[in-house]
Write a protein that binds this ligand. Structure first.
Ligand SMILES: Cc1cc2nc3c(=O)[nH]c(=O)nc-3n(C[C@H](O)[C@H](O)[C@H](O)COP(=O)(O)OP(=O)(O)OC[C@H]3O[C@@H](n4cnc5c(N)ncnc54)[C@H](O)[C@@H]3O)c2cc1C
Length: 430
């Protein structure tokens, strides 16, 4: 595991060694250690290379309760937000300490933590940067302690890649705003307590200029959450309807009509979270290698070639993600290189998907109970979502073209016209 050296900027009153001892004592007292990492053996261990979780709602509720209990324990012991401000329960320690905590925690069996990914990876940094002080005081400790979970309410039926074309309205009424409209593909809305929503507040301005973000209460009866079932079987996404939902102005993020800037904070952190993934999914390269051995294809020149190509590309991606993340950890902003990392991640997953389809053939579609075969169908069916989530491949290529390669911007007259004058789906902007 990579562990960055302590730089001169570190102001911690605790050394990394003391911190390591503190964390190890906490983990030893609260979680069982994982068995020593064994070499991967075909037919042994979990058979779940899928990319998405597919639990039923009851099973999921149990997992969430366990996840929250772990986060609370961690927070109460002083490890909830290692780099965050003390005012919100953080330790104000450098990133090297957080990395060390993550390395150590990975050696223990702790409850699944993915429920917090969007809230802590994307919404919390946005609240930290743009919310009013009372909201930060109230929400940030609860988010980091795992008392509450947050979701991201951005995409709409006709506004995904073209997010700034969104049509959910927020209209001012005294000290409140009244929100009406529909969001879609909202991951985890059904178990979230709060959400970050971006709304149109002035349709007379160009589309990027008339937006405003708010923190909303997902338990309010005027916010309706309806599940969407994926082709993999699970239902992680939702449609979310705002039926004249009222939110106080003090829940606004950033300035009125400056919501695009706020949304960009969230989107940059989203790419950082996804780009940081680095690997190819599916449970690691060894699983693919052993699959080839198991099916006696080591001598097949095409299979060998594809396997080695994957090996090289997974390694390169790992280093690219590491470089981008180190830049962020050294105080830089998530930049367009993360778009490259996300594109490469998706490409590796696509190649992994094609590779296992070639090796497994009909075993991929007929569930015979054979270990390590049909289970891959969840990966193959889930993979296309990765080319869409967090910016589709085409959107990211546009970003790389314009911001990395300096190519001319795509023409877009609708960036200057008033949103209300732009025809959308045969109707005007609102
Ligand atoms: C796993 C997953 C989780 C998600 N979670 C959330 C969430 O929690 N919250 C949330 O708000 N949203 C979420 N989304 C939605 C996601 O952000 C959108 O699906 C995404 O932005 C694409 O938008 P769209 O689906 O409307 O597709 P569209 O924007 O309609 O795109 C359709 C196709 O056209 C292409 N295209 C669009 N514009 C251009 C262009 N200018 N040039 C070239 N090609 C173009 C796209 O690449 C794509 O292939 C999630 C999606 C997935 C798959």
């Amino acid at each position: 595991m990579f562990s960055g050296p302590l730089g001169a900027a570190i102001v911690a009153d605790i050394t990394l060694e003391q911190f390591t001892a503190e964390v190890t004592a906490f983990l030893d007292a609260n979680a069982p250690r994982k068995a020593e990492q064994q070499a991967f053996v075909w037919g042994e261990g979990p058979d779940s290379p899928g990319l998405f979780r597919e639990p039923d709602r009851a099973e999921e509720a149990g997992q969430i309760a366990e996840a929250k209990a772990w986060r609370a324990k961690r927070y109460d012991a002083g490890f909830g937000w290692i780099t965050g401000p003390m005012r919100y329960g953080g330790r104000e320690l450098p990133h090297a300490f957080e990395r060390r905590y993550n390395e150590l925690e990975a050696r223990y069996d702790i409850p699944l933590q993915s429920f917090f990914g969007i809230g802590l990876g994307m919404v919390a940094p946005t609240i930290n940067d743009h919310a009013q002080p009372a909201v930060k005081d109230d929400v940030l400790p609860k988010l980091w302690r795992g008392d509450i979970i947050a979701c991201q309410l951005f995409s709409e039926p006709v506004a995904g890649s073209d997010l700034a074309g969104l049509q959910t309205r927020a209209e001012r009424d005294g000290d409140e705003w009244v929100i009406s409209g529909q969001k879609v593909w909202t991951s985890g809305a059904h178990y979230s307590d709060i959400g970050e929503v971006v709304c149109r507040t002035d349709p007379t301005l160009p589309k990027h200029k008339g937006l405003t973000c708010f923190v909303v209460d997902m338990h309010d009866p005027n916010i309706e959450v309806r599940p969407l079932r994926q082709m993999t079987g699970g239902a992680e996404f939702n449609e979310v309807f705002f039926n004249e939902y009222r939110v106080h102005d003090d829940k606004r993020l950033g300035e009125i009509n400056d919501g695009w800037r706020v949304a960009l904070t969230t989107l940059m952190n989203e790419r950082a979270s996804i780009g940081a993934g680095g690997g190819g999914g599916g449970g690691g390269f060894a699983r693919l290698q052993e699959m080839v051995r198991h099916f006696d294809l080591e001598g097949d020149a095409v299979v060998r070639q594809e396997l080695m190509q994957l090996f090289v590309e997974l390694k390169v991606l790992g280093y690219t993600s590491q470089r981008a993340m180190d830049r962020i950890k050294a105080g830089g902003l998530p930049g367009p290189e993360l778009s490259i990392a996300k594109l490469a991640l998706t490409e590796n997953m696509r190649k992994t998907s094609a590779f296992v389809s070639r090796v497994l053939g009909p075993r991929l579609i007929a569930d015979t109970g054979e270990w390590g075969t049909y289970s891959w169908s969840a990966y193959v069916l889930g993979m296309p979502a990765m080319a869409i989530a967090g910016g589709s491949d085409e959107t990211l290529r546009n970003i790389v073209g314009e911001r990395v390669l300096g190519l001319p911007k795509e023409p877009g007259v609708d960036t200057v016209s008033a949103f209300k004058d732009i025809p959308r789906n045969g109707i005007m902007g609102r």
